[in-house]
Design a protein around this ligand. Sequence first.
Ligand code: VGL
Ligand code: ZN
Length: 199
Amino acid sequence: MSRALIVIDVQNDFCPGGALAVPGGDEVVAPINAMMDDFDAVILTQDWHPAGHSSFATSHKDRLPYDMIDMPYGPQVLWPEHCIQGSEGAAFHKDLRIKGDMIIRKGFRPGIDSYSAFFENDQKTPTGLNGYLRDRGLTVLTMVGLATDFCVHYSAVDAARLGFDVTVDKSACRGIDLEGSMQEALESMQKSGVTIALP
Ligand code: VGL
Ligand code: ZN
């Protein structure tokens, strides 16, 4: 039984000054760096969209960032353009230790968003992370990073559903909080059996 730290989307575009800045996003960097040595493995995720991605408001006529639309796979928030493959905004925060055993990229299919590190937003297209963790016997997971109410939330719920032992360390996460999404995320994680750890 080995323990993995899953570091979600600590990228420039989610930090102050970025295209989809999460308030206090850069504050997670120091605590995450300090935690890395306490785990058997560190996995980093990277939101990684092609230009013109369907989750961008600019890809839809007469739509604004934060509008909701219906996609074939369900409701989808439209975002400002962010984390475009190879851009500075998609790069990890410059102070984040790149101690990761593996980097998993998500959101690269033009027609579908992927908040979770395990499944895309259709909730069935796998990213491969489940198999990777299983192969290595990494069954106890701690999740940290950005944003608490989107990518951390969906990753944690999927991991719990897949049978992992999951803790979200809130002290090393920051959220976007769109119309109560933070409260909803905390409730949904708790209901799924995710442990929420505070400082
Ligand atoms: C995220 C919105 C869009 C996240 C990624 O990392 O939480 N949120 N893409
Ligand atoms: Zn994204």
